[in-house]
Design a protein around this ligand. Structure first.
Ligand code: TXA
Ligand code: MG
Length: 349
């Protein structure tokens, strides 16, 4: 298959989106930008279309897909029941980086939900995504448009790196905004349970609903035989090729510890990388330093995380040491991805 790239140049967006929508209607695969990461879309109501997504990503078929909608009315065609508190969350955060999991209606094929009796639904805010869904006239099932296990794509170039020859077209809408996948909330129980943290933090959810919990799988590696509620959380995700180690502690102590480690490794001939910030970059003596963003603008760290991990994959780095980025609205989401990428390898400075 030849992958076509549709650049969304001004004035031609609508025509390109129409062509992409035809591909979706014909059962094909379209990668498209959203405000979180690029998605790999297909008709959510056709089992064979969803099967193509799993094949292109090399994704285990028990890992369900999110159905993307453009209008609230579409929710009630997919979800069998919607608690009042979930309506309030949708009122507050849709369109936007929030996914809600509901009991599913029969119209949603098992192939889209990985055999689960629930369906995850999100209404993205990105204009291109919204126009594509409307033009296709069906909900669009879309995981992140990366090969399974690689960092999610935040540019069309990242999508092409993983999906060239595997998808019909890529709608190139430039860089995404947020850079981390949506917050996923289980809406099948009495209170919201965060299955995956994202831009919408647990505090923001509590402000709307009063109470909310975070699923254990968000913060901890799972023990043998434990199953997370979001099947995707059990896989080692976002993994760079190099071994990634997170160093926690006070700023000075972290720098000193990383300097000690990189000096030791490089002396032994092992090329090292360092993930640091604008504020700390001058403090590192050796290793391949990459600035992930500024601590004064936490959203820059979220935005650049996957691009930095992908960049390391292209270089001959064997071990990467990263500062940690807890706290603030995005701390839980950033650290969730970073810890998974590190296989929970964390040392205290
Ligand atoms: O921001 C996002 O959510 C992006 C963009 C493209 O919208 N999509 C995305 O999809 O991150 P994906 O497939 O990479 O991650 C979806 C996660 C997986 O961990 C999956 O297990 C979980 O959502 N999920 C999907 N359906 C579910 C369900 N019915 N119950 C529990 N978890 C579900
Ligand atoms: Mg993904």
């Amino acid at each position: 298959m030849i992958t076509e790239i549709f650049r969304l140049a001004e004035g031609q967006e609508d025509e390109k989106i129409q062509r992409a929508a035809e591909i979706i209607r014909a059962g094909g695969l379209v990668a498209f930008p959203t405000e979180t990461v690029y998605g790999l879309g297909a008709d959510a109501l056709r089992e064979e279309a969803a099967a193509k997504i799993y094949a292109a990503k090399g994704r285990p078929s028990d890992n369900p897909l999110i159905a993307h909608i453009a209008d609230r009315s579409a929710l009630y065609e997919l979800a069998a029941s919607v608690p009042d508190w979930a309506e309030r969350l949708a009122d507050a955060f849709w369109p936007g980086p929030l996914t809600l999991v509901y009991p599913k209606k029969a119209i949603v094929p098992d192939g889209t939900t990985g055999g689960l009796k629930t369906v995850a639904v999100r209404m993205p805010s990105h204009e291109t995504a919204r126009k594509l869904i409307r033009a296709a006239g069906v909900p669009i099932a879309a995981p992140s448009a990366n090969t399974s296990g690689r960092p999610s794509p935040t540019t069309a170039r990242h999508v092409l790196e993983d999906m060239d020859g595997k998808v019909d077209c890529i709608l190139d809408g430039g860089d995404v905004g947020i850079g981390l996948e949506s917050t996923i909330i289980d809406a099948t129980g009495p209170i919201p349970v965060i299955l995956r943290p994202g831009y919408i933090s647990v505090e923001m959810v509590r402000e709307i609903v009063g109470e909310a919990e975070t699923d254990r799988a968000v913060e901890h590696p799972l023990g043998q035989g434990e199953t997370p509620k979001a099947p995707g959380m059990k896989y080692r995700h976002y993994a760079p090729r190099a071994r990634l180690v997170i160093v926690t502690g006070g700023e000075e102590a972290v720098m000193e510890r990383i300097n000690g480690l990189t000096t030791e490794y490089e002396a032994a001939g092992t090329p090292c990388g360092v993930i640091c910030t604008e504020e700390t970059k001058a403090g590192y003596r050796c290793g391949n330093k990459k600035v992930i963003g500024s601590r004064k603008r936490q959203e820059s760290i979220a935005h650049n995380l996957y691009a930095v991990l992908r960049q390391f994959d292209k270089e001959d780095t064997k071990v990467i040491f990263s500062e940690s980025f807890d706290g603030g609205q995005l701390g839980q989401a950033i650290m969730n991805r970073l810890k998974k990428a590190a296989g929970y390898h964390i040392i205290r400075a």
